[in-house]
Design a protein around this ligand. Sequence first.
Ligand code: NAP
Ligand code: COA
Length: 295
Amino acid sequence: MSAGEKVFVEKCLNSYKQLFVPDLLRDKVVFVTGGGSGICFTITEVFLRHGCKGVIVGRNLDRLKKSTETLTKATGQRCLSYQVDVKKPQDILNAIDETLKEFGRIDYLINGAAGNFLCPLESMSYNAFKTVMEIDTMGTLNTSKAVFDRYFKNNGGVIINITATLHFRGQALQAHAGSAKAAIEALTRHMAVEWGGNNVRVMCVAPGPIGNTEGMRRLSPGDPMARDLARYIPIGRIGERVEIGNICLYLVSGMADLLTGTTIVADGGAWLIGSNDFTASKRMYDLAVKARAKL
Ligand code: NAP
Ligand code: COA
């Protein structure tokens, strides 16, 4: 997060319609990277509303602390947070060891930590591409391996990797994030094959555009564009954070015991008909760069 960037303090849902039994995840523990904000904050909330205990990790300790307080207050469940850079395996191992000391178990891992911005490949620095690969892909590998080594290997568990649909059609201005998510999808299948015998299921959830998120603020800024975007989504609207939470809840539940190594695309059909015009996207990008330069 660069200086001057606005940090949104997260709020819990105003109301939640319980679709599954409220104690579905009683005594279970979820470990969530990127859980201090956005979609993964709400995934954590949905799990906690079903009796789970939570651990959220990220780099911004101040925001993590606020988010844990908010989650605990709204759900009545215990939630801990640790400062972790998912690029650093030792950070992750420390947080897992603390979690196991506090809660004695980890049942579910949600890999949601990610970085993204709009940028055409021709003006993207090597380091910009590498940075996103390191957060998204290496972060997912580092955390999954650490949780497997420390706990899932002997106890089983469920891993959900939050990906995207960017790589399905080579989304304009998204070569870095698309490549990183494609690699996560491949890794998901490899982990599913190698760790299935340890009673570990591994899946991806690939959201489309989801409202009230940093991803949307960066990739499709402003309400008017979001309304326009809805025209290119078969169900006529963008998704809600809680909908991704509910899908993750289903995936860890006994109803999904047969699912592993697969991707659930949660986008209202957006990738099938959404816009992917490089020339138009590049024109808008160049205008935005010019406008910023004038400031
Ligand atoms: P977000 O709130 O910015 O979530 C990203 C999280 O990753 C933040 O909590 C951030 O926390 C954490 N993070 C970034 N770098 C990290 C690092 N090096 N180590 C540890 N944590 C790190 O954005 P979001 O839009 O909700 O996105 C959540 C997930 O959904 C991402 O995987 C994204 O790719 C995916 N997704 C989002 C959309 C959408 O419409 N929003 C669509 C498709 C897919 P810190 O800053 O504290 O580190
Ligand atoms: N356009 C092009 N390049 C960019 C960029 C942008 N908007 N933002 C950063 N970069 C480049 C930097 O210039 C740098 O490359 P360089 O060394 O060649 O100049 C490289 O990316 C790394 O930037 P840095 O700011 O040092 O990385 P970081 O690890 O501190 O932050 C980001 C990672 C850039 C992804 C940051 O935006 C972030 O923390 N994002 C998390 C939240 C998020 O993206 N949420 C949406 C999820 S969908």
